[in-house]
Design a protein around this ligand. Structure first.
Ligand code: HEM
Length: 429
């Protein structure tokens, strides 16, 4: 190991340890945002959100950030151009005010850019996610879902996350990014490392793995673009490669955009499918409703996105003084928008803690955010969720969790790492 490597490791270790210690002590002194970022064993996120709500629609955390739990205010901030995703010095806003470096390829993607760069980059990739185009993926997603269940039935063991909810969106995004078969394992390995880091980097080993995986992914996307220049198709790298040839985006922007789509494909839809399945497994009456009328999968997906969303919170920075519900935020004030708390705001929804796939009324949930950063992949995520639940309802007469559930680490992205289920219950196609 070179001296530079050693120095880098020492710096990373110092930063991670300092960040964790500060959050830990703030959390123990009653700071609810720190508790969210560094939960204790057995903490219930939704009880924490109710404690945050009890402090008012906007409260100031000891980390210096302003925490917003109200649906109306979160929605207002997300659509207000005075709030941006970069801070006053142009760095991507972070949940963690102590972090001094961006993690992974998402940091430079258009999710982390403000207009005009955001507008330019989003416009380039948006055609690949048009609802009309996405609808054409339905039969392909159905085939992937059935194939995964067939493989689990043959094996005799079935973990809903590792054998179904994760490989389904990963296969779809791999195809969308036009990754050749020979590279899919490499791609899946790097994507998993980068995805795991989204909820935070908790060890030097993880930071090192992330650095290496990010570099390897960049190489892979550069290779992919070069391949697509020779053999153009209608996948995202071909669309972006053509735009690059016309000088409309740089190579770094192309790589960051592909990285964003990869992470979105790896770390969000998997949790939508997992969270929906656990919610339904705990409510057999709702599962029977879905099995009786599989078209209800659309509503089950929406209710899961409201009740237990994959992305629990996001961040914005005020670029001028703004008054929010009687609190004046200074220019540079960081706002943590608790999307999952907003989705259970009693001022917006009747009996918000009840999971009910027949629910009507209430505003649109904020699981896909709002305003200019509204999730570009929402039509695809909804379709994947709908098809996954329909195929499960078709092939699993009983939805039975057969072992202990294990949560994925991190707070901002919520989901399960493992949901063991009984394989023999799988019905034939
Ligand atoms: C259940 C699944 C998903 C959820 C809950 C979700 C959630 C979100 C949220 C909350 C944001 C905005 C964050 C913010 O405002 O700060 C976002 C942005 C984004 N999502 Fe998703 N997402 C999902 C699936 C996907 C998929 C499958 C893709 C594409 C493959 C995707 C692509 C994107 C992109 C490109 C953005 C950036 C949009 C922009 O900045 O203009 N997402 N997503």
């Amino acid at each position: 190991m070179s001296d530079i490597d050693i120095m880098r490791r020492v710096r990373t270790a110092a930063r991670i340890t300092a960040g964790r210690t500060i959050f830990w002590s703030l959390a123990r002194s009653g700071d609810l945002l720190s508790r969210f970022l560094q939960p204790g064993p057995g903490d219930d996120a939704y009880l924490l959100y109710e404690r945050m709500r009890a402090r008012g629609p906007v409260h100031r955390s000891r980390t210096g950030a302003y925490v917003v739990t109200s649906h109306a205010l979160c929605s207002q901030v997300l659509r207000d151009p005075r709030f941006r995703v970069r801070d006053l010095s142009g760095r991507p806003a972070d949940f963690d005010p102590f972090s001094d470096e961006a993690t992974g390829p998402v940091a430079e993607s258009f999710l982390e850019q403000d207009p005009p760069d955001h507008t330019r980059l989003r416009r380039l990739v948006a055609p690949a996610f048009r609802p009309a185009l996405v609808r054409d993926y339905r039969s392909r997603i159905e085939t992937i879902a059935h194939d995964l269940l067939d493989a689990a039935a043959r094996r005799g063991s079935f973990d809903l996350i590792t054998d179904f909810a994760a490989p389904l969106p990963i296969t779809v995004i791999t195809e969308l990014l036009g990754v050749p078969d020979v590279d899919t394992d490499r791609f899946a390995r790097f994507g998993a490392v980068v995805g795991q880091s989204l909820g935070g980097v908790y060890s030097v080993r993880q930071a090192e793995e992330l650095r290496v995986a990010t570099q390897d992914l960049e190489t892979l996307f550069v290779e992919l673009e070069a391949h697509r220049r020779e053999h153009p198709g209608d996948d995202v790298p071909s669309i972006l490669g053509a735009a690059r040839a016309q000088g409309r985006l740089s190579m770094d922007e192309l790589v960051a955009t592909c990285g964003l789509l990869l992470i979105a494909g790896f770390e969000t839809t998997v949790n939508l499918i997992g969270n929906a399945t656990v919610a339904l497994a705990h409510r057999p009456d709702q599962w029977e409703l879905l099995r009786g009328e599989p078209v209800r999968a659309v509503a089950a997906v929406e209710e899961t996105l409201r009740w237990d969303p994959s992305v629990q919170a996001t961040v914005r920075v005020a670029h001028e003084p703004v008054e929010l519900a009687g609190t004046t935020l200074p220019a540079g004030g960081r706002v943590i928008l608790m999307l999952a708390a907003a989705n259970r705001d009693p001022a917006a929804y009747d009996d918000p803690g009840r999971f009910d796939i027949t629910r009507t009324g209430g505003p649109d949930h904020l699981a896909f955010s709002s305003g200019i950063h509204y999730c570009l992949g929402a039509p695809l995520a909804r379709l994947e969720g709908e098809v996954a639940l329909q195929v499960l309802a078709d092939r699993l007469p009983r939805l039975h969790v057969a072992g202990p559930l294990r949560r994925r680490p991190g707070s901002a992205i919520r989901g399960f790492a493992s949901i063991p289920m009984t394989a023999p219950a799988l019905a034939a196609r």
